[in-house]
Design a protein around this ligand. Structure first.
Ligand SMILES: [Zn+2]
Length: 187
């Protein structure tokens, strides 16, 4: 319990960075197990588990001008979806959404994640271990002096979050998704 509170405080301190969850979760699990911080943290997936970006340019079925997106979305959602922003951790109401249903892209309504693949990553962002088939694509993100894998909607191209290789089985992936990028629809 103490560890979780510390993690939450540290994540809040880290502010808007989704990546912080990765580092904190790893550091937390290492110390909780009484291991040296440099020790490996259990089984790691092979690098090939991370979804590969599509080769070449991509065109999205749903297209809007940025003016149309601005008119369509509330400002906080526009910031995340169209400016690749990150919401502050522990702010999404979807963190406590445990009903059966589907999480859709807030930009276009495409079904993105099933509630069956949602889990609590203790990072402060809604997390999933697998997207719905064909719903998301990835690309390399070299912002903030890091190399991460950005996740976006295949239908409208909107930014949803990032994917990391520290998730649970069976995929060992953690789709770290902004709650503002999603709309939950009950089954
Ligand atoms: Zn979309």
């Amino acid at each position: 319990m103490k560890r979780r509170v510390l993690l939450q405080r540290a994540a809040r301190f880290a502010g808007i960075a989704c990546f912080a969850g990765t580092w904190l979760a790893r550091a937390g699990s290492a110390s909780a197990a009484g291991q040296d911080a440099a020790a490996p943290n259990g089984p790691q997936p092979p690098p090939s588990m991370l979804p590969k970006p599509p080769p070449g340019p991509v065109s999205y079925p749903v297209q809007h001008t940025e003016e149309e997106w601005w008119a369509k979305l509330e400002p906080a959602r526009y910031y995340v979806l169209r400016e690749r922003g990150t919401e502050p951790p522990y702010t999404s109401r979807l963190l406590t959404e445990h009903r059966n249903g589907v999480f859709t892209c807030a930009g276009c309504g495409q079904h993105a994640f099933s509630s069956a693949t949602k889990y609590d990553s203790h990072t402060g962002w809604p997390s999933f271990w697998q997207p719905i088939d064909g719903a998301i694509a990835t690309k390399e993100d070299r912002s903030q002096s890091m190399i991460r894998t950005e996740v976006h909607c295949t239908r409208c191209g909107s930014h949803l979050g990032h994917v990391f290789e520290d998730g649970p089985p069976p995929t060992y992936l953690r789709y770290c998704i902004n709650g503002l990028a999603l709309v939950f629809v009950t089954a």
